[in-house]
Structure formats: C-alpha cells, structure tokens
Design a protein around this ligand. Structure first.
Ligand code: GDP
Ligand code: MN
Length: 380
C-alpha cells in the first residue's frame, strides 16, 4: 500500500521526522483557506501515486493567494504519468540551502532492508546514482536489530556533515529506521531532506509504502486501504475478508481457491456470464461464507449462485451453516447450486440440502454447472 505524500508526512511527523507546516486540499477554494492558515509563500504539490512530480509540473510555488488558487486549480486537473491527481498539499515554502537523500528499501538479493543516503538529493537523484555512484552510500540492516544509531551516524558522516547538522540528520535517519520497522515498510524515502538557509531541517518530500500483508497490524492503514477501493461491492468483500472482483454477468460464484474460482468462471462462461469472481481463502467460517453470499446477492440481477468449495483446510460444514442462514434470513429466491467436496462432505451436504441448496455430489465441476443450467432452464 502506497500512501500519499500528505499521509506519509503525518506518519513521519509522528515518528520524529520534522515536516514543513501544511495541509492537503481537494479544491482550489480549500487550498486558499489552507494558504491563509499556513501563510505565504507556499509550495503547492500534486498528491498522486507516482514520483517525479517536480519535473512533470506537479510542484509549484505561490507568492500570493491568487497564485494559490490558479496553481491548485491547474494541478488538481492534471494527470501525471497516467495517474489522476487526487489533491494538493499546500505547504510552507522552504528556503533551500542543501538537499540530501535518505531512503530505505528491501535489498532483494540480500533479503534485508538497505539504508541509502546521498549528499545530492533532489530531482536528479537517479542521474547521480547512474553517473556518480560514489556519491551514494548504503548499508544493509540486520533484520533482528534494526538500524542502530551508530550506523545512522556512520552513514550521515559520509554526507560530509558535522556538528549540530550531523547530530540532527543522524537522528532523523535513526527515526526513519524505526519507522521503517514499526510500519512494516517496503519503501520509506525522504527526497529531499532539506537544510534551510536558516539552518533548520525538514523532510520536504515523503514516500511510504507499507507491505500489504502486514496491514492487519496497522488497523488505521487497513481502513484507509479499504476506503480507497472504488467499487462498492469489492470494498464490502474486503471487509468480509474474501477476494472479490465485480464482473458484468448474472451468475454469482463463490469458490474456495483462486484456481478453482477461475476454472469455474471459465466453465460457467460457456453458457452464461459470471457476475463476479469470489475466492474465500483458507480461513472459512460460518460468518465468512454468510458475508460472501450477502456480497454476491447484493447485485440486483443475480439469476443463480454456484458454490464450488473444497474442504482441505477449510471447514466446509461451517461454511454451509453460513450459507443456509443467509438463505433463511434474507429470503433468497434464486437457485443455489453447490459442489462441496472433502473433509466432512456428507455433513456439509446435509446442512445445505436442508437449507434448500441443490447439492451436486459429483467430483467434476462441469457436471454441477450442467445441473445449474438445467435448473435455470426449468424455471424459464
Ligand atoms: P517529486 O519530484 O515528486 O519527488 O517531488 P518533491 O516533493 O521532491 O519536489 C520536487 C522538488 O521541488 C524538490 O526536489 C525541491 O527541489 C523542490 N521543492 C519542493 N518543496 C520545496 C520548497 O519548499 N522550497 C523550495 N525552494 N523548493 C522545493
Ligand atoms: Mn521527491
């Protein structure tokens, strides 16, 4: 999960990395309001999920409120490298004396995080890396110990900093190391870290990408990730805990396993169109299956539901209880056909049949789908 710059800066600030004063705005009027609060001169920055905004015209300075309005209006309408601008960050403009680069990422070949620093931060960092690799220093971090303060100081010394600057920047890099670890980050980057002509230090830009597999440990980020899913049903499915892709057909599908799900979709597709792809994952419970069926049924035009589950690690008899509960409570009228094989299958069949599901006790999915279409035909 990648965060917007303004979101990343909130995290940075919390973790002891100073950021310039500012706020996000989603309209030019709002930008003007923020500008009055923060004070001129300002920098206005496109909030978009791609780097290199500076070179693409997505970072501009404003000296007065008229410029704030014009520039934010223009940036808000922009596309950068195919990505829609989703807001503008209105921030106090810094007087730059020096731009540094601080970054952390996973070094794939070592399977460890690496800390990378350079005395030549800013928009040309890629060129520096290519043409003057000696101006970039890096170390790998011990996964168990994290970045140590002496390691941070060792790296920052290589940037040619001394005295108070060495102290302050080392501290910021150390905090970045802790942030990286505590937020399960894949990338955490400050480019540029600005030393102002007044001698202050700020992260003028912030990139933070968090490992999706760790989102359960960061509820506030997980909520944000779900909020961002544009499709309403896909968003709901995420809350239920299943993988769901909305499609344009009318046969609802619930499968356990992505492979089984895709094969089932292909077979349904011979005669009709699937309404969705849905995969339960390996953590099937009564609640999960109930939630899954409710999401599938939310679509108005559903003609039938086909359930294709395999009981290996999944307790399909528990899933069956969830299905039957929803049929009863939500008074589902469309036919539901199920193929459920594996551990405790007879028990599962009993529960489903009692609840009004047509159970096909065949090992071949194609047979079960034939049955589904036979029932649909009968109903015509
Ligand atoms: P990026 O191009 O997407 O990485 O966006 P950045 O936030 O890094 O901004 C690009 C460049 O704009 C920076 O490298 C700085 O040189 C410049 N910049 C950003 N904020 C300020 C600021 O407050 N004052 C000044 N003078 N320059 C800034
Ligand atoms: Mn940058």
């Amino acid at each position: 999960m990648r965060l917007h710059e303004y979101e990343a800066k909130e995290v940075f600030k919390k973790c002891g990395i100073p950021v310039p004063e500012g706020k996000v705005a989603f309209s030019s009027e709002e930008a003007v309001r923020v500008a009055k609060e923060v004070g001129l001169p300002l920098v206005i920055k496109a909030q978009v999920f791609v780097g290199g905004r500076g070179k693409a015209g997505g970072v501009k300075f404003a000296k007065n409120l008229k410029e704030v309005e014009e520039i934010s209006d223009k940036i808000l309408k922009m596309d950068i490298k195919g990505y829609k601008v989703e807001g503008v960050l209105v921030e106090k403009r810094l007087n730059i004396e020096k731009e540094l680069y601080l970054g952390m990422t996973i070094e794939g070949s070592a399977g460890k995080p690496a800390v990378i620093v350079s005395s030549e931060g800013g928009v040309e960092i890629e060129e520096t890396a290519r043409n003057y690799p000696q101006r970039i220093s890096s170390i790998q971090v011990n996964v168990f110990k994290g970045l140590k303060s002496y390691e941070a100081r060792f790296l920052v010394k290589k940037l040619g900093l001394k005295g108070e600057r060495l102290f302050k920047v080392s501290n910021i890099l150390y905090n970045l190391g802790n942030l990286y670890r505590n937020y399960d980050a894949l990338i955490a980057e400050v480019n540029p870290l600005v030393i102002t002509t007044e001698g202050e230090i700020f992260a003028a830009d912030a990139v933070l990408q968090v490992d999706d597999s760790s989102l359960f440990r960061h509820p506030e980020l997980q909520a944000k990730a779900i909020e961002r899913i544009p499709d309403e049903l896909e968003r709901e499915a995420k809350n239920v805990g299943v993988t769901y892709v909305n499609l344009d057909g009318d046969i609802g599908l619930i499968c356990s396993g992505a492979g089984l799900g895709m094969a089932t979709m292909d077979m349904v597709r011979r005669k009709a169109k699937p309404a969705n792809f849905l995969e339960t994952g390996g953590g099937m419970t009564k609640e999960l299956m109930a939630g899954a069926l409710r999401v599938v049924m939310k679509k108005k035009n559903i003609r039938a539901v086909f359930i294709n589950v395999y009981g290996g690690i999944n307790p399909i008899h528990e899933g069956a209880k969830g299905v039957v509960e929803v049929i009863k409570e939500d008074k589902i009228k469309v036919p539901i056909v199920a193929k459920a094989l594996g551990n405790r299958q007879e028990e599962t069949w009993g529960i489903l049949e009692e609840g009004g599901v047509k159970v096909v006790k065949e090992s071949r999915t194609s047979k079960a789908i034939e049955e589904l279409f036979r029932i649909l035909k009968e109903r015509e």
